[in-house]
Design a protein around this ligand. Structure first.
Ligand code: M6R
Length: 647
């Protein structure tokens, strides 16, 4: 049932091809719940390692947190509270935190409100076992009823507490070991989970298991680490074992790692190397990850194109395309599936692929695609776009497309992520860990990969002229310097943000390649500043939204040179005529729109199809500074989490 998968980790960033080409029959069961889990067993003090890991996983949820530690004398202590990891740290002051083994959790609530009782870890009834859980137990009600009939009581409203009591019940009634009790209990469970369990009296062993929620074991020298995300434990080891669906890992400091399936067969231990630098996970002197990530873009574009465009010949090569050349050449249609920012990038991908490859393209919200019985044919290519590679709806869309026989190509950032592993082939964007909840460098990386994809496929299909191919690939090669240039607008954008901090609504307008950029600018603003913002194609204004225009409704208009420039200029005039305030993003030296706009942000100009990459930078900065001036939590905005693994 669970096939092994091949994967190539791109530790050599200078290799010519750095894409993925995988074949496996996985998967994409229903994914649920965000949350981050971390574990440690070894010789060091567990608690500091767990807390650091939780900080790095906080992007997965931040409404409550907790740790469970087994002392050297076998006592099992659970400490947990509502709030962020920093609140947990205060709560831990003065507590008995000894022990070289522990598990920890940061939560994004699904079952039960965020409070102390619902925070993880959960004790079993006897307090002999503690469990952390990322996922949803769909049949928890039935299991809970059965446990209640057997005298169990519950302290929380979570499904997770049901699972820890089920494990305890199995262990008590059958007298089996903890790993066996976990296995037998999980065979009764319907749902999604990544769990870790420790027990009183055993300070050597963590039992962990996974079904449709990410989990990785880091292998050190006489020590093991466990996490939802390898990046959170990268400072301790480069050796990782990705736990597969339906697998149980027995992590014992005195024994080699053992993994068994739910059917009790030994699974292969396949250690992968992953290299990331710690500096990629720290703020590096910036006040927020988002600002750091905005400023990283010149470098992340370098990483994204490295080895893929030959600087001498401008030739673009993506191994994920080369390995499946015929599928791309003969594709009847390409369907992009994605959510949020990745969906906006996909809209730009649509323009790129249709104009350069002359293949019809559709762009679908993954959440709609998966539920509307879409027509998918075997000569379709489905391109799944996801920064995290863990988005539940996108993963489900991948599964649907594979079942229908389509070829599935992934554009992902997180190496080894579920979507990367579930697709037939793909290309990483290689922008490094994106920690701010608002996506920035992933968006520009995605569009960069899509441009390379379109050029590579367009050349194979003979649908792109030599001159245009060379113009765009040369512009891609110079993109890092262009990004350096555009970042110089930051102080001016910061001043503008002061003026507009108290606006209640915003409209963003763009056309052609920059219509999706307008949508993305609006999304950035609403998610981190909580100001209502809408993006529209500029010409749509007169079909309704123009009724909203008055002096209180600022409009951000993207009016960089393209074949609709004059029309956008007219749309700006229409807004001016109704008393609207205009912030225009224009090409350097453009006098025409400068005259009508109230404020302008000048950007350097490159090939039209790459302008969204450039224009998105001032829009990211505008959202960032407005959010900062409003005192918002920029990196962890309310109600959001970085990786949306709920439907
Ligand atoms: O990891 P993914 O790219 O699949 O995530 C998709 C969306 O959840 C994500 O882009 C979200 O919209 C961001 N918060 C946008 O900034």
């Amino acid at each position: 049932m669970f096939k092994s998968f091949e994967w190539s980790y791109h530790t050599d960033r200078h290799q010519y091809y750095n894409d993925f080409s995988t074949r496996n029959d996985l998967y994409a069961k229903k994914q649920n719940n965000m949350c981050g889990i971390v574990g440690y067993v070894g010789r060091r003090d567990a608690c500091p390692i767990l807390i650091k890991g939780l900080h790095r996983l906080e992007y997965r949820g931040y409404d409550s947190a907790g740790v469970a530690l087994v002392n050297p004398d076998g006592r099992l202590n659970v400490f947990k509270c509502k709030g962020k990891v920093s609140d947990l740290e205060h709560f831990l002051d003065g507590k008995d935190l000894g022990g070289n083994i522990g598990i920890a959790h940061t939560r994004w609530a699904t079952h039960g409100v965020p409070n102390d009782a619902n925070a993880h870890p959960h004790y079993s009834e006897s307090e002999n076992i503690a469990l952390i859980h990322n996922g949803i137990i769909e049949n928890y009600r039935v299991l809970k009823d059965a446990l209640e009939q057997n005298g169990y009581t519950f302290r929380s409203s979570t499904d997770s507490e049901v699972l820890v009591n089920l494990i305890e019940y199995v262990r008590a009634t059958s007298g089996c070991s903890l790993p066996e009790a976990v296995r037998q209990a999980l065979r009764q469970v319907i749902g999604a989970y990544a769990i870790a369990v420790v027990e009183k009296g055993n300070h050597d062993r963590i039992v962990a298991a996974r079904q449709s929620s990410p989990m990785v074991v880091g292998v050190g020298d006489g020590e093991f680490f466990l996490s939802s995300d390898a990046a959170s434990i990268i400072e301790y080891t480069e050796d990782f074992v990705y736990v597969g669906d339906g697998e149980i890992a027995v992590i014992d400091r005195n024994a080699p790692l053992k993994i068994v399936t739910l059917d009790n067969h030994d699974a292969k231990i396949d250690i992968k190397k992953l290299q990331l630098s710690i500096s990629q996970l720290e703020k590096g002197g910036y006040p927020h990850f988002m600002l750091k990530e905005i400023y990283e873009q010149p470098r992340t574009i370098v990483d994204c194109i490295r080895g893929r465009i030959n600087p001498d010949t401008c030739e673009v090569k993506l191994s994920g395309v080369i390995d499946h050349r015929d599928r791309f050449v003969n594709a009847r249609r390409i369907i992009f599936v994605a959510c949020g920012t990745s969906w906006h990038a996909s809209l730009i991908g649509e323009h790129l692929v249709e104009s350069i490859c002359r293949i019809p393209v559709e762009v679908e919200y993954a959440s709609e695609f998966r539920y509307r019985n879409p027509i998918i044919r075997e000569d379709d290519i489905v391109v799944a776009v996801s920064q995290s590679g863990e988005t539940a709806d996108t993963l489900a869309a991948v599964e649907l497309a594979r079942k229908a026989g389509a070829f599935v190509f992934g554009i992902c950032n997180v190496v080894g992520s579920s979507i990367a592993r579930a697709t037939d082939s793909g290309a990483y964007i290689h922008v490094g860990p994106e920690i701010g909840v608002a996506s920035t460098k992933a968006f520009t990386g995605q569009v960069t990969v899509m441009a390379m994809l379109a050029l590579a496929v367009g050349r194979e299909r003979g649908t792109v002229t030599e001159a245009y191919y060379n113009e765009v690939s040369a512009a891609l090669l110079h993109l890092p310097e262009t990004m350096e240039e555009v970042l110089k607008v930051a102080p001016q954008v910061a001043d503008l943000a002061k003026i507009f901090t108290y606006a209640h609504n915003f409209i963003y307008l763009g056309r052609g390649y920059n219509y999706p950029t307008a949508l993305e600018g609006a999304l950035k603003l609403k998610e981190i500043s909580y100001i209502h913002a809408e993006g529209y194609p500029a010409a749509e204004m007169k079909h309704g939204p123009i009724a909203l225009i008055d002096a209180e409704m600022p409009t951000v208009a993207i009016a960089t040179p393209d074949h609709t420039y004059e029309k956008t200029a007219s749309n700006i005039e229409e807004i001016k005529a109704r008393g609207g305030k205009i912030i225009a993003v224009i090409a350097r030296g453009d006098e025409q729109v400068r005259r009508s706009a109230d404020f302008v942000i000048e950007v350097p100009v490159i090939a039209e199809c790459l302008m969204p990459i450039v224009v998105s930078v001032p829009l990211q900065l505008l959202a960032y500074y407005i959010a900062v001036y409003k005192g918002r939590n920029v990196d962890q905005p309310r109600n959001l989490a970085k990786s949306v693994t709920v439907e």
